[in-house]
Structure formats: C-alpha cells, structure tokens
Design a protein around this ligand. Structure first.
Ligand code: ADP
Ligand code: ZN
Length: 206
C-alpha cells in the first residue's frame, strides 16, 4: 500500500505525512529530508544536491531515483511518498518499482506558501517542522535539538520553487488523474480535518 503526497512547497506534505505514520503504519519517505541528511553528512550526493537546492532548482532525476530505489530496497512497510515524484520522469520510474494506491493532491496558492514557509523552522537533530506562528521556542519539543531556518526558505527561492512546481510537478496531477488515483484536499483547511480526510482515503484504498 503506497500513497503519494503531491503539492507545492509549503502545502504541508511533510507535516501531514509525519502525523500519519503512527496511525497508518506506513513509512514516511521524504526526498527533501533524505537530501538534507546527505548534506549534513557531507556526502558526494549531498555536495552535488546542495547546489540545486540552494537555488530552488530540482535535483537531477537520476540522482533522486537512485536514492529512492536504494531506500525502498530496505523498506518493508508501505510508503507515504513526500516530495517524490516531482517530475513525470520520476513518476514513470516509480511505476517501474512499485504500485501506487492513492495520490493526495494538496492544493494552495503562492501567497499562502510564502507566508507559511517564511515562518518555517526545522530541528537540526530530528528534522521536525515548526512555524513561528504557533511555536516560538528555539529548541525542539521532541528532542531538544536546535531549530533553524532552511537555507532555501527565502522569499526569492520560495517563489522560484513554486514556479518549478507549476512547470515540472503540477503535470503529475493529470498523470495520476488519468489513472484515477487522485484525491483532492484543500491544503488551507484545518489540520485535524485534513488528517481525518486523508486517513479515510488511506483506509478506503487499503
Ligand atoms: P519543499 O516541499 O518545501 O519544496 P522539500 O524538502 O520537499 O521541500 O525539498 C527541498 C528541495 O530538495 C527541493 O527544492 C529540491 O531542490 C530538492 N528535492 C526534493 N525532492 C526532490 C525530487 N523528488 N526531485 C528533485 N529535487 C528534489
Ligand atoms: Zn528534534
């Protein structure tokens, strides 16, 4: 059982997927988190990816596809994909690896995205995501790690990432609609309502 979370940067893919791990038993696979881990560990992949990420561009498909394949080779549970696939080439590669049961399409606008990402803070240690609008402390409430602002969370880069989303990732909505897999969720709604709606979708396709 595999689910894809689709939507622009800041739509809440990561927050929602991480909140659904316990109740669904699905693994949360975030390519953004995986890349940030590579950068933190200063690996070859991390060094290569950083140049693209800092400019708000997509990391080349081949690097991403290899990284995901590797991760899936030692994942037994079903997966919630967050931030992958992001291009039609990635979606086609994923079709060759596994079956997708549902695509959660989180829709929102560029203004909401800029507001949300502008206040975003991440934990250096565990990657938990916060927003200054509801969390003003400087340490993570889960692990005590220090919170920081992502280098690619500037207004300029956010706009660029939204444009990249429209050009490269939005076509995936039709790609999956043709396969009748898409479930639309308003990303601007109440968080608990979204969690309930997505849980129900996952239950229904299980
Ligand atoms: P957001 O959803 O806020 O854009 P992510 O953490 O998902 O953040 O991604 C951060 C950056 O990592 C992207 O802007 C992109 O450069 C890179 N990235 C993540 N996933 C992919 C992917 N599937 N394909 C290409 N680049 C990716
Ligand atoms: Zn933490």
């Amino acid at each position: 059982m595999n689910v894809i979370f689709l939507g622009p940067p800041g739509a809440g893919k990561g927050t929602l997927a991480s909140r659904l791990v316990a109740s669904t038993g699905l693994d949360h696979l975030s390519t953004g988190d995986m890349l940030r881990e590579e950068i933190k560990n200063n690996t070859e992949l991390g060094k290569e990816a950083k140049q693209y990420i800092d400019e708000g561009k997509l990391v080349p498909d081949t690097l991403i596809i290899d990284m995901v394949k590797q991760r899936l080779s030692h994942t037994k549970a079903g997966v919630m994909f967050d931030g992958f696939p992001r291009t039609v080439a990635q979606a086609k590669a994923l079709d060759g690896i596994t079956t997708i049961d549902a695509v959660i399409n989180l829709s929102t606008t560029v203004n909401v995205v800029i507001d949300r990402i502008g206040g975003r803070r991440l934990c250096k240690q565990c990657g938990a995501v916060y927003n200054v609008s509801w969390y003003s402390k400087s340490l993570c409430e889960k692990c005590g790690g220090e919170l920081y602002t992502r280098a690619d969370d500037t207004e300029e880069t956010i706009k660029k990432r939204f444009d990249v989303y429209l050009a490269e990732t939005a076509p995936l909505i039709d790609y999956y609609r043709d396969k009748q897999l898409v479930h639309d969720i308003d990303a601007n709604g109440d968080i608990q309502e979204k969690i309930d709606a997505i849980s129900a979708i996952i239950e229904s396709v299980k």
